[in-house]
Design a protein around this ligand. Structure first.
Ligand code: FES
Length: 177
């Protein structure tokens, strides 16, 4: 290697240094991207997480009379709830789906389940023919009570705390243990 070539490899404009710089930039971008994805995921999932953990306020799900068919065994009812989410500078509404199902052991005759699959977080939906909640992502199947009947989900659908009072059904995070 000549002196000129040796100087070229050590110079700030050498191809090796540029390549090293580009690799460092790509690594830093990947780290920033992963961090932002984690934060975004937590923000999107926070309403039900808050409800399950005891924070937040009651969210009305509707009149108890509207769930008579659920109590009578005609299948679950899906409800979309909106919760205000404060992010420091503004407040916006975030929607989440919950599943109202029959629970013969409960005084109200009802239970409220999260619609989020316990495997990797996809949304489950009621399949009337199979009388099961089915997850479209990897084929997880849950019974009406939220227990896993087949597929990869490691645990049942989360049970959400609720109140059935004054003719209304509502999520009640204050009752979470
Ligand atoms: Fe539901 Fe995988 S996310 S089965």
């Amino acid at each position: 290697m000549t002196d000129n070539e040796r100087e070229g490899a050590d110079s700030p404009d050498s191809p090796e240094r540029r390549r090293l710089f580009l690799v460092a930039c790509a690594g830093a971008s990947a780290l920033v991207g992963a961090s932002l994805a984690t934060v975004a995921g937590r923000v999107l999932l926070s309403p039900l997480t808050a409800a399950e953990s005891g924070a937040g306020t009651r969210l009305d799900l509707g009149a108890l009379a509207d769930f008579e068919s659920v109590r009578a065994g005609h299948g679950p009812r899906e409800v979309v709830v909106e919760q205000p989410l404060e992010d420091g500078y503004s407040t916006r509404k975030v929607k989440a789906r919950v599943l109202v199902v029959k629970d013969a052991k409960a005084a109200s005759g009802l239970a409220v389940l999260s619609a989020t699959c316990s495997h990797l977080g996809c949304g489950v939906a009621w399949n009337a023919e199979r009388r099961s909640f089915v997850c479209p992502c990897h084929g997880g199947v849950y019974a009406e009570d939220g227990s896993v009947t087949s597929g990869p989900p490691p645990k049942p659908l989360a049970r959400l705390t609720f109140a059935a009072e004054g003719g209304r059904l509502s999520l009640d995070p204050s009752k979470a243990s």
